[in-house]
Structures are given as C-alpha cells and as structure tokens.
Write a protein that binds this ligand. Structure first.
Ligand SMILES: [Zn+2]
Length: 564
C-alpha cells in the first residue's frame, strides 16, 4: 500500500494511502498489482481535482482521466481500485457516474422485484409480504454499501382490496368494488331508487333486504352507501352518470356501509329498461379486505457531505394489488437504488438523501408520512434544497417527460427552483441529442408533500395510461393512439413491460442530477422560508382542487378513484 502512495506527491491532493483493511473491497489480484504500476493521477481540466486512473503514464488525460473510458476498463473498477488502494474517493462527477449505468444492473434489480412479487401472490402492494420483501431488499442493499445512514420508517395505514361479481337475471355484468366497501354476498330483487339516493328518504320501504340501484351524482358515494344500509338494503349498485365504468372510493374505512359496487352507464341503461318492464333479480358478491397495515419507508443519507444542503430524491416501492408494478414504480426504485450504489464509490460535497416510499398507490401515504415527520421543524425542512421524483421511467411506449416546474406548459408552477431543475433535465436530454417534453406538475405523485412545503421539486415520467399523440410518436417513436404503458396497474407490468432504452437513459439522467447537485447548488436560490411558505400554500390550494381525484397520481385511475 505505501508503495502506491509514492505515485502521488503531496501536491496532488491525495490522501496518502495507508494500510487499511476496511477499505479493501476485493481480493488482491495480479490484475490489481499490475494496475498499480500503471496508475497515474490525472489533472481534471475543469475541476482541478486529481483523480486516480490507471492510464498509461504517457497518455493525455481527458475529462475523466484517460484517453477513453475503454482504456481504463470499466469505470466502477477504477473507483473500486481507488478505494482498495486507500486513496480518498474522487469527488462525484456527472459523466463518470453516468458511465456506471448499465442495462444488466437494471435488469437484475427489476428481476429481483418481479421474483419478490411472484413469491408473494403476484404483487408488492403496501403492507403485503411482497412489499415487505421489497423494503428488506432495498434496506439490505443500502446497508451493505457502508456509505449511507439507513433506516426504515414504519407507519400504519388502512389497506383495502377486493373484487366484485355482479349478475343481473343470471347474466354477468362488469362491476368494480368501491374502495373500503365491506364484503358480502346476496341474491335478491333489484330496487331502483328514485332521486340520487343521497338521503334515507330517497329509499322506498321495499328496498329492505334487497339490492338498491342508484345513480351516481350530487353526493359522495359514501353517503349513498350509508343511506342504503340505513334503509335496510343488503347491497348497493351505483351506476355511472357519464359514459364508462365506475371506479370510486367510499373515502374512509370502517363505516356502516352496504356492500358497494359500481357499473357503467351503458350497462345500467339496459338494467333500467328491464326494471321498467318488471322484476329483476341481481346477485352481488363482494370479496373485500379492509384492515390497518404497517409498512415502511426506507431513508438513506450519505454519511458524507453537507447535511444542511441536502439533495433528496425518491420513488415508491409499492405496487397496486393487480400486478407486480415493475414499471410502476419498480423502474424508479431500481434506477434510484443503482445510482445509490454507484454514488458510494465517490465523495460528495452535499449530502444526498435517497427516499423509498411505501403506500403511494393508496394516496401518497408514505411520502406524506415522511414529510410530516420532518415538517414540524423549519430547520429540517430548510435542509432539503430540492426533491427529485422518479415514478415510472421505463414505460413501453415512452415519452421523455420532465415535470413542468416552470409552469410553461401546464401553468402549474412549482416552488422557486423547480424551474431550474426542469431546465437541468432539459439540458441533460439536449446533451444526449434526445427530445423531451414537459409533464404536468400536478401533485399526483410523491413530490406533492414536498411542493406543499415549498421545496423545489422536479423529476421524470415516461407516461402511464394516457394515449400517445401523433406528435409524440414523431418525437419519440412508438405508437400513436396507444397508451404509454398498456400494462399500467395491471398484471402485465412485468419485466417484459419495460423499455430498456428509456430505462437506461433516465437512470443516467438520475445519475447526472445526483452528481450535479451533490457537488454544488450553484445557481439555486438560497432557502427563503417565507417564500417557501407562500409556495407551499399555493400548492395546497391547488391540491384541494384535485382532491376529488384522490389517488389519481398518474392522471389516471389509481388506488381508490373518484369520491363523488
Ligand atoms: Zn406510481
């Protein structure tokens, strides 16, 4: 070891290598012995930082030390060798960190999540075995790096899941449970309820022991379900008052509801015709679980770096119950986790906090819990300079979407600094000669709690159930008129659902932003608490507007659906 130190005179800034067994990350090999001989320090032209690279002594250094990345071998080995030799880790640098990103690592991580889902009933929904195993995998991976302070943050929320079967006069009709419905099974006459069934007085006496048939409208589904139960109905079927299926939520668990299911306006029209002609018998079967479940966020912050000027970034670790969630949000989870691994080979100026949230699919519950755990203290909030969110970054029919932090496209501006984050991502894609488009900054993923506390935020999104436009197909390829992710919230969201090109490039974008902000917040406004409070209040006002679409995090059906 000491021999190596002589390669680096004091003026190069290297900490002299010392015999330090704890820094050895691999067995001593002949390759490493020979590598030492060729190892020279390179003066990085921009940063004036000396880094260890094993170029031939005569070669001219480029931005990361050698004539070409190939000449130095895989970059991770360079960094690992640096650690092995007892040399101070190099300061992280975007182009170097990006070189670590590779499809194999992303595929391995995605496969791991899929294996976890398959071993746990096909999903990783919050509070389930699949989610707990996901949390353990992330936690253990981060702890092993010995680079982060890692903790699991428990929280308890109500889990609800189920399915409905409905037959009208023996013919099956497509139906969906309303979130938080109790279970039950009944076969009985169907009774059309006049008015909209919002109050007990709407229900005729004959509904007792039978199934109430009620239109959507005017009041929350919960009011209808409670009134039907109070009138003695054995179940309630609510039909849509606009075209399409009805997917909604009773809004809160554990009330005295009748078993509640929704059907489409189209199917309801046929049923109403039958009811006008005479008696109709319905069979409703609801299988439902509604129970409190404890689950976990995982929080990992670099041991090094300035803990008063933190970059926070995150994604969610839970899937919906319908599938394994490998794009939503396995892609964000694995992209971030791999960047966390790669970062561990480097030194940072600013601390980086990786956040893995649970229960996003049930209404951003994990991220809200996390934000609440710190927002009692303005000091803690002020430490977070920015938050970056990565929820779905490998959609099969992808767009390169960047949250519209400056409000230029959707008129929903984020807190001051969000515009800079958007610009930085735009510049990243420009540097790769790749187009990008703004994505609505609506508060429908885990960044909502951050913008509601005035923290500058941004992130990437490759699209969910919305159909790709002709224009987007011209820009990004793929198929116009087809959803960005046809398997959104479905059993088909497996490893086959991922687009690897988008996954790799977006993970490089994560690496780029982590490296950039871990080095410097240059250009970012200083934290101004008054401005943050104002921005936070503005975001909350907007949040109220979207409250009726709660759980609607990808501007599509998610978790509970509509309340009314
Ligand atoms: Zn998601």
């Amino acid at each position: 070891m000491s021999k190596v130190a002589s390669f680096f005179p004091a003026t190069t800034g290297f900490v002299p290598a010392q015999e330090n067994k704890t820094r050895i990350t691999g067995p001593r090999s002949t390759t490493m012995e020979s590598a030492k001989i060729a190892l020279i320090p390179c003066l990085l032209p921009e940063k004036q930082v000396h880094e260890p690279f094993d170029c031939a002594p005569s070669t001219k250094c480029n931005s990361w030390g050698c004539p070409s990345p190939q000449a130095a071998g895989p970059p991770r080995e360079v960094a690992i060798r640096g650690a092995w030799l007892g040399i101070k880790k190099p300061l992280v640098q975007s182009d170097v960190l990006q070189l670590f990103v590779n499809k194999k690592d992303l595929r391995e991580g995605s496969q791991k999540l899929l294996d976890i889902a398959r071993a746990n009933g096909g999903n990783r929904a919050f509070g389930s075995g699949g989610h707990n195993a996901t949390v353990d995998y992330i936690y253990n991976t981060l702890v092993k790096l010995n680079y982060y302070n890692v903790k699991k943050q428990p929280f308890t929320e109500v889990f609800s899941q189920g399915n409905a079967t409905l037959s009208i006069d023996g013919v099956r009709v497509a139906s969906e449970i309303l979130t938080y419905t109790p279970g039950g099974s009944v076969e009985a006459p169907l009774v059309a309820v006049p008015n909209l069934g919002c109050v007990l007085a709407d229900y005729p006496a004959e509904v007792a022991g039978k199934i109430a048939f009620v239109s959507r409208g005017t009041c929350p589904f919960a009011d209808k379900s409670l009134a039907a139960k109070a009138a003695g109905a054995s179940a309630i079927v609510i039909y849509n008052n606009v075209a399409g299926a009805l997917s909604g939520t009773l809004g809160a668990p554990f009330k005295d509801y009748a078993p509640s299911v929704g059907i489409s306006q189209e199917d309801a029209a046929a049923v109403l015709t039958k009811l006008a002609a005479g008696a109709v018998t319905a069979s409703v079967k609801v299988d439902a679980i509604v129970e409190p479940r404890t689950n976990y966020n995982v929080i990992a912050e670099t041991k090094g770096g300035d803990h008063n000027n933190v970059l926070a970034l995150g994604g969610h670790t839970d899937s919906v119950a319908a599938g394994p969630g490998i794009n939503d949000d396995g892609s964000g989870t694995i992209g971030i986790l791999n960047v966390a691994k790669y970062l561990s080979h480097f030194r940072v100026n600013n601390a980086v906090r990786f956040l893995f949230f649970g229960a996003e699919e049930f209404g951003l519950l994990g991220s809200y819990h996390y934000v609440k755990s710190i927002n009692g203290s303005e000091t803690e909030l002020a430490k977070i300079r920015a938050y970056l969110n990565f929820d779905m970054i490998a959609s099969p029919n992808y767009i390169y979407g960047i949250y519209d932090g400056d409000g230029s496209a959707f008129n929903l501006t984020g807190p001051e600094g969000s515009d800079l984050i958007e610009k930085d991502f735009e510049n990243f894609f420009k540097s790769k000669r790749t187009p990008s488009v703004p994505s609505e900054f609506s508060g429908r993923s885990d960044y909502a709690g951050f913008i509601q506390n005035g923290i500058p935020s941004g992130g990437l999104f490759t699209g969910a159930e919305v159909l790709k436009t002709e224009e987007e197909a011209k820009l990004f390829g793929g198929t116009a008129g087809v959803a960005y992710d046809v398997n959104y919230h479905k059993a088909g969201d497996t490893i086959e659902n991922l687009n690897w090109e988008a996954f790799v490039l977006n993970t490089k974008a994560i690496a780029h932003s982590v490296a950039k902000y871990a080095v410097s917040w240059k250009g970012f406004p200083a934290v101004n608490l008054a401005k943050r409070r104002y921005a936070g209040d503005k975001a909350k006002v907007f949040k109220r507007e979207i409250e009726t679409h709660q759980h609607d995090h990808h501007s599509g059906p998610c978790g509970g659906g509509a309340l009314i």
